[in-house]
Write a protein that binds this ligand. Structure first.
Ligand SMILES: [Zn+2]
Length: 334
């Protein structure tokens, strides 16, 4: 029998006492190297709700800043039953928190907009671990409820993992760890060096393709590495000035989806957002051949086949190109 690590021992009885709805498709279990995690108790289909949770207390912030009196007000509002549940939470060393305020800081998530951000203390949401190749997404609702959905099919016994920040998709392993502030222990750690190099190249390529489609980097228009990201300066300038032909944009977005799929990060949400982007190009095309091929590509079910069609019109000028540039410039200014 595997020896239970000291840290895991502390949490064994504690986390098993957290209330989970009887029909929930997951259970809490130790996750090797990551403390505890949430594991599927049955197959969870893509798009399925895994958990919708309200916080046991919530505090308003002043433009994202939590004022001590607001935190205290939130703590004072916790019911006795919820306080008993809160006492089951453990810190990173497996020990109980010294005070509810500390538990709040380590187990809170924000909902709402930056100007009206509410921080809530959740008992179950923080039990879900991070992965650079996630199978679930976390969606803040209109109120303080946070929902979690499968963005890929999850097999029984598989851990449900999500990416703390979708912008990490565009970063190499080292960059991701820098931004996360810790060494991630997901599958990215297990890759052999050559495969890790391929993964980094794919992420870099994905980032460059998004730059070309959107005319700016994920870190903003003045990203320091952007010269290294796209070495063809004329191409980079054309992208920034929204002067690339629509057929070129159609190709870059489709290729980005293929690269993301290869890398395992093309989840449901990303796929839908790229499809939406492609639909906008389809509507924009005016030249009959471009229009016909793009529509055909949209009907294909696999990204690689969509890409084959996108390649066939890549770089072809369209009657609407000049107007499309003006529209995009106008939108960027507004
Ligand atoms: Zn990782």
């Amino acid at each position: 029998m595997r020896a239970i690590k000291h840290r895991e021992f502390f949490t064994v009885t504690a986390y098993l006492g957290l209330h989970i709805l009887p029909n929930a498709p997951f259970q809490l279990k130790p996750s090797p190297g990551k403390g505890w995690g949430a594991f599927a108790t049955r197959e969870i289909k893509i798009g399925e709700l895994i958990l919708a949770e309200k916080p046991i207390c919530a505090a308003s912030t002043y433009y994202g800043r939590l004022l001590p009196q607001e935190l205290q007000k939130a703590i004072d509002s916790i019911t006795d039953a919820d306080m008993a549940q809160l006492s089951l939470l453990r810190d990173n060393t497996g020990k109980p928190f010294m005070a509810p305020q500390e538990a709040f800081m380590k187990n809170s998530f924000g909902t709402g907009t930056m100007g009206n951000l509410t921080l809530g203390l959740y008992l179950l949401q923080p039990r879900f671990n991070h992965s650079c190749v996630p199978n679930a997404i976390q969606c803040p609702g209109e109120d303080t409820t946070i929902s979690r959905y499968a963005c890929k099919d999850i097999a029984p016994g598989e851990e449900s993992i999500f990416c703390y920040d979708p912008s990490l998709h565009s970063l190499t392993k080292t960059e991701r760890h820098e931004r996360l502030g810790f060494i991630c222990k997901c599958t990215c750690r297990e890759l052999a060096p050559p495969l890790q190099q391929v993964s980094n190249l794919r992420r870099r390529l994905y980032r460059g393709l998004r730059y070309l489609s959107q005319g700016k980097d994920i870190d903003g228009p003045t990203h320091m590495n952007s010269r290294r990201l796209i070495t063809n300066l004329a191409l980079k300038k054309a992208a920034e000035n929204f002067e690339l032909p629509i057929s070129e944009l159609f190709y870059y977005s489709t290729l980005a989806a293929v690269v993301a799929e290869e890398e395992g990060i093309l989840d449901y949400t990303l796929a839908e957002s790229i499809k939406e982007e492609l639909s906008r190009y389809v509507i924009a095309f005016m030249t009959p051949r471009n229009m016909k091929v793009a529509k055909l590509a949209m009907m294909k079910t696999t990204w690689i086949v969509k890409l084959e069609l996108a390649v066939s019109i890549r770089g072809q000028r369209d009657e609407f190109d000049a107007m499309y540039t003006m529209v995009r410039k106008g939108l960027a200014r507004s």
